[in-house]
Design a protein around this ligand. Sequence first.
Ligand SMILES: N[C@@H](CCC(=O)N[C@@H](CS)C(=O)NCC(=O)O)C(=O)O
Length: 269
Amino acid sequence: MQKAKRSASHTPAHAKPSAKRAASAKPRPKAPRAKAVHPVELYMWPTYNGIKISIMLEECELPYVIKGININRGEQFDTYFLSLSPNNRIPAILDPDGPGGEPISVFESGAILQYLGRKTGKFYPRDEWGRVEVDQWLFWQCAGFGPMAGQAHHFREYASEKIPYAIDRYTNEMNRLYGVMNKRLVHRDFLAGDYSIADMACWGVVKSAHRQGQSLEDFPNVSAWWDRMNARPGVQRGSTAGDFLRKPDYDATKDPLAAVHLFGQTARS
Ligand SMILES: N[C@@H](CCC(=O)N[C@@H](CS)C(=O)NCC(=O)O)C(=O)O
């Protein structure tokens, strides 16, 4: 199999063999050979869609390795990446231990979260009532909260021409969506029963609320949810796992090369 070109790769700390274990030299009784652990390959860039998956992998404590796809330099169009993600969007995963022990690749962040939830039995209920609850809020994020935030970022920050109609439309729509989330979180700690993949999906958008013209002070239940999310070590690790891929002060809105690769895409791109 071909390897992704120009991808920075990184294995998170918990996936590496422990130094203590390696140092112990005592002979041990022969145990049946353990099955080799093949880490899940996560193809991402540290954006709100990529971070959803590193949070889930950390929360599940699944061994994984990050393969950087620099979307600001056009790596989402590399042939190998397109074979995993034909929509030329991050994130995608390759799980070498998929169903029946066969490798499987998955693209679309919602589908990846559901796949990892089914694989591990974590953060995605098995019973139909609980699962439907999570699916509704997961799709709410993937089809509304996320894409509308993307449009708000585009017209408020990236577009060279400032179009008041477009800015108002997406700023207002984000305001409406934060209102929906705020109502949902009245008397609830998380969006869909226990903490789940639906909450993980929302983290990256809420992190950038200011970029969407919103303040969490206007949405106290979202603000309390935000604090609960950030108290979780898995969220802390997962939301920063991909930071090594880019310079800390990098700002895509000020990078003219990023605009070349991200905007004006057509079927011929
Ligand atoms: N519906 C997709 C959206 C993914 C998406 O928009 N990814 C952005 C980064 S946040 C991307 O890869 N952009 C590359 C491009 O626009 O070419 C998902 O949920 O996975």
